[in-house]
Design a protein around this ligand. Structure first.
Ligand code: NI
Length: 227
């Protein structure tokens, strides 16, 4: 299931992040790709272990942790610290799937990638091309979201970034290991949770029924979550 989470970052926050990224030392992103991906990856990345990448990643992590729609959709167990990339001058990332198991930097532990995330840090009209194309059971879907918007998609889906032919495409990207590995189960929980939220607004007087539905949600989560 694909999720668009709009306005994870507000305008002022974006402005401040962009100011730091525009002045940051970008380097060849091919160096950090796996053996299969290296041949198809032409972009620039920030060194994750230096500023401003470290503090910007922490800032995005805080936003994610406080965002109910992200929590509901991803049910995160672990989030890979957000990384940053920049595509310009024909930069592109050909078709690939993301690695299934990732080494979490600085922790000596590994995590499974269930969901991949792209947080768009510039407006769609700042560049041409640079579309994130994702294979889905319904065919190829193409995304170019607004500044501050987040796209969540299955890490196992074949995806690519088309060449940027004008301007620069700046984004943050990361992976999520979910408490619920099974995508179909996670999707059912998301639908149930969103419906309960809407009913709570629409018919707050039906407290007993809402309590019952909420209990069902938590008992399904208890059944399916693998902490
Ligand atoms: Ni990828």
């Amino acid at each position: 299931m694909l999720h668009v989470i709009e306005k994870l970052l507000d305008v002022e926050e974006l402005r401040q992040i962009r100011r730091q990224l525009d002045a940051a030392p970008w380097r060849d992103g091919g160096a950090t790709a796996g053996a299969m991906a290296r041949g198809v990856k032409q972009n620039l990345q920030l060194d994750d272990s230096t500023e401003p990448a470290v503090s910007l990643a922490a800032q995005i992590m805080r936003r994610l942790g406080g965002h109910p729609l992200f929590i509901s959709a991803a049910l995160p167990r672990r989030i890979y610290p957000p990384k940053f990339n920049r595509y310009t001058g024909g930069g592109t990332y050909g078709a690939h799937v993301d690695s299934a198991v990732l080494q979490v930097p600085g922790t000596g532990t590994t995590m499974r990638s269930d969901l991949s995330a792209t947080l768009f840090l510039c407006a769609a009209d700042e560049y041409d091309g640079g579309e994130l194309q994702i294979e889905s059971p319904l065919g190829m879907q193409s995304f170019k979201l607004g500044a501050g918007d987040l796209l969540l998609y299955p890490s196992g889906a074949l995806h690519r970034v088309t060449p940027v032919t004008r301007g620069a495409r700046i984004a943050s990207f990361f992976w999520v290991e979910s408490l619920v590995a099974d995508a179909a189960a996670r999707s059912l929980l998301f639908e149930l949770d969103q419906t309960i939220q809407k009913l709570t607004q629409a018919v707050p007087e039906h407290q007993a029924e809402l309590l019952s539905l909420s209990g069902t949600y938590h008992n399904l989560l208890r059944r399916w979550a693998k902490p």
